[in-house]
Design a protein around this ligand. Sequence first.
Ligand code: G1P
Length: 269
Amino acid sequence: MPIRTVIIPAAGRGTRLMPATKVTAKELLPVFDRVAIDFAVEEAIGAGAERVVVVISTSKTAIRSYLGHVALAVSGDGPRIGRQHEGVEIVYVYQDRMLGLGHAILCCRDTVLPGAIGVILPDDIIMGPNALAEMAARYRRGHMVAGMPVSAEDAAQYGIFRVSGLPVDNCIPVSGMVEKPAPGTAPSSIAAVGRYILDPMIFDVLAHTPPGKGGEVQLTDAISIAGLAVPLTAFRFSGSRYDCGNHDGLLAAAIARQAEVHRHRATQS
Ligand code: G1P
């Protein structure tokens, strides 16, 4: 199923990466030879997006300047960002009120092309096979969310799936999700990772989703509500995921990226 539009929400404040994020968008922090948002843009393009909608705030316009430069400067010298963004439109949507991920997606309602919509959270860098492309290859209808197993202690940091059936080819049927469940209450050990393929009906659901965890409109809650009407699938992607919203994850991603670049250079020489 072609995914013509990919939304990259990048308006968040980056509180876990202070103090750098007082003046630099977390999406522009370096991951070895790239910056964090490169991975999301490249994955979107690799998954076939015609339009990439980047959600920023008026204090994060540096992202817009950066992506304008990179589109011109791409040289194809690395394993990722290997080609020009030719033919791909980058559109910016402003979210100046921090009302949550669900609200960020709702802000994009008028900018998406027809058909199912991809979402990539740029904090979640996935190295290895293109996760959104893997999902698109298996997506049929409803909403699909990337998933990975987590320990019981870590479950409270994620959206956790309510599993409702047995997996078939990396696709796990689910009946809903719980955003950051209290310790000991997680409905499964499968956590949501920041890749989504959404039926456009999600916009109507988001418009009526009340604020949830942290007083924010949660995409997790909207997907759960939508699960009453359309199928929900968790997809076990095959790459390695790094949480680049914190210092440990950012460093781990940089080290993995360094290894990827060195491997690539070795095959070139
Ligand atoms: C978001 C989602 C959460 C998901 C997580 C993955 O949370 O709300 O369901 O598990 O991304 O990284 P955040 O980390 O933005 O608080």
